[in-house]
Unconditional design. Structure first.
Length: 159
């Protein structure tokens, strides 16, 4: 007995559907966090700094660029330009740019530094859904601030 044409399995259609479903699951590739070699950076100790101690530090920026590519670019985009999956990190401290008073601008940047460090360490979870994994125990303080130093070179609107 033969099936009517509309009920016959279509191998190409099935293959296309399977590839489409699987490719979205594989879109980010291996998302295992990578340890960052921070050799050459001044040691920061066990207590977390409230502000980025490597701001403008050339070696930290270089290490941060590599660390960003290994751990953050999958979601936040190459060169910190988001493809829409996660926030565009070039805009991280845009609200500080418009502040005219230097002391307020510095306080704003310090607050963003604290927000950034907390987000990296603890991750982002909302209603039980993990939007960003926590990197505490994987990225040390030096690596975390090196990435922030790199991101500061990628700002959408320089301070």
């Amino acid at each position: 007995m033969t099936r009517p044409p509309q009920l016959r399995p279509r191998p190409r259609l099935l293959l296309a559907a399977a590839l489409l479903c699987c490719s979205t699951a594989w879109a980010h590739g291996d998302v295992t966090p990578q340890v960052v070699d921070t050799t050459g950076l001044p040691k920061l100790g066990a207590d977390w700094k409230g502000e980025n101690p490597y701001r403008g530090h050339a070696a930290a920026i270089k290490i941060g660029a590599s660390a960003y590519n290994q751990n953050c670019a999958r979601c936040h985009g190459l060169e910190a330009i988001s493809g829409g999956i996660a926030p565009d990190l070039r805009k991280l401290d845009n609200e500080c740019v418009t502040l005219k008073v230097d002391t307020r601008k510095k306080a704003c940047v310090a607050e963003i530094d604290q927000y950034y460090a907390s987000s990296v360490r603890k991750g982002k979870v909302r209603n039980g859904a993990v939007y960003m994994p926590g990197f505490e125990g994987i990225l040390n303080q030096e690596a975390t601030w090196a990435i922030k130093s790199y991101l500061e070179t990628r700002r959408e609107r320089p301070l």
